[in-house]
Ligand binder design. Structure first.
Ligand code: SOE
Length: 396
């Protein structure tokens, strides 16, 4: 058994808690995850969430959870502004860390956390970020097709991630609408998934970006309706990008796309084939190849549920499809396998730092209205003191 402490009690904490329970029922794992404690700021809501999720203990002090000798894994599911402090403390205490995305508010924090994770890894500590869409079996097949050269050189990528929960002007204010707590809006919350996925799929970092971002409603009521609060992040953000190998990419994110609840679509055009994926049909991958007579060509559907497909041998017989939450179960499996093997899982903190670097370039471009270079690889120097602790972040 490996004991887990979840910090946070919202939507993501539920997704993770259930995944830790289900993963050992689906997969043969060397270690069996067990959630020992759930922590959150509000004691009543945390206790209620713990009881609903059948977690025996709740706490209103995350430092106590990190100090708990039983707990080996800290699973961070809190708003973004608290990630750096909790993650740093957990790594320093020698705990393995799974942190929800995006890793941090900005690149200064993500650079420090990536350096801390590297030091911790030399002491056998594992750290990973929860970009769960990497764990969609169909997207893993897409990655293989891109990377094994099956569709030839990648020329174009189109990705969009659309939601509509901010369409109404009366939709309530929340921490996700505050730059100080969330870092960015649609760009940080759902655009971060696209940036991570693009890198996962084609393994070719973005080199330059040009963006347009907007906020439709600048003040929103608090959930009690008692006051209006400032919205300081983007509601929509779209950007074009060029990769190091010259792929032309377009990314679109929105919280205002009426009717689109959680639409994540990917299209990749190679010189010999194209791929298309839609999260609403997450078991399917569309593949078009140019190797047939023109009269017989067309996108064909691969139903990614065969035992030979990634993760599927643990799940159901062919055709018995997976859903959104199952990606968290696959993620839990990969994390536990990495801990058992002492290996560094992906997406690493370094991978998540790359996402932050792209986000910052996109924000710069949206502010300045011009193409911006993505400053990657990041050459900033993070001072490490002789005792292995990290010094203050610098942007040397
Ligand atoms: C809310 O916009 C949200 O839950 C994101 O935070 C998740 O990362 C995404 O998977 C679904 O939407």
């Amino acid at each position: 058994v490996i004991e887990i402490g979840i910090i946070g009690h919202g939507f993501m904490a539920s997704a993770h808690a259930r995944a830790w329970t289900i993963a050992p029922q689906v997969f043969d794992l060397e270690l069996t995850p067990h959630v020992a404690v759930l922590a959150g700021r509000d004691p009543h809501r945390t206790a209620a969430a713990a009881s609903r999720l059948r977690i025996d203990q709740s706490s209103s002090n995350w430092r106590e959870v990190i100090a708990d000798d039983r707990v080996q894994v800290i699973d961070v599911c809190t708003p973004v502004d608290s990630h750096a402090e909790i993650v740093s403390a957990a790594l320093a205490a020698g705990k393995h860390v799974l942190c929800e995305k995006p890793l941090s508010l900005n690149t200064a924090e993500s650079a420090r956390l990536a350096a801390a994770a590297e030091i911790a890894h030399s002491r056998g500590v594992v750290a990973m970020v929860g970009y769960n869409y990497r764990r969609v079996p169909a997207l893993q097949v897409a990655r293989s097709l891109c990377q094994d050269g099956d569709i030839g050189r990648i020329r174009q990528i189109r990705m969009r991630y659309l939601q509509d929960w901010l369409v109404a002007s009366e939709a309530p204010w929340s921490w996700r609408l505050d730059a100080k707590q969330a870092g960015a809006g649609a760009l940080g919350d759902i655009g971060s998934h696209l940036i991570d996925l693009a890198q996962f799929l084609i393994d070719d970092p973005l080199e330059s970006v040009v963006a347009s971002a907007g906020t439709a409603v600048h003040r929103r009521p608090t959930s009690s309706g008692s006051e209006l609060r400032e919205v300081t992040v983007d509601d929509t953000c779209s950007f074009l990008a060029v990769s190091v190998d010259g792929a032309r990419c377009s990314f679109e994110t929105s919280r205002l796309a009426l009717g689109r609840k959680n639409q994540l679509q990917v299209e990749i055009d190679g010189e010999r084939g194209s791929l298309a994926f839609d999260l609403e049909r997450l078991n399917e991958l569309q593949l078009y190849t140019a190797d047939r007579p023109i009269a017989l060509r067309g996108f064909r559907t691969i139903l990614v549920t065969e035992p030979s497909h990634p993760y599927m041998s643990g799940w159901w017989p062919p055709g018995h499809v997976l859903g959104w939450h199952d990606t968290f179960v696959n993620q839990a499996r990969d994390f536990i396998a990495a801990v058992a093997a002492g290996q560094s899982p992906r997406p690493s903190f370094e991978d998540a730092h790359y996402v932050q670097v792209v986000i910052e370039a996109v924000q710069r471009s949206a502010d300045e209205g011009s193409w911006q270079a993505v400053r990657w690889p990041d050459t900033r120097v993070i001072p490490i003191r002789s005792n292995g602790a990290l010094g203050p972040g610098t942007n040397a």
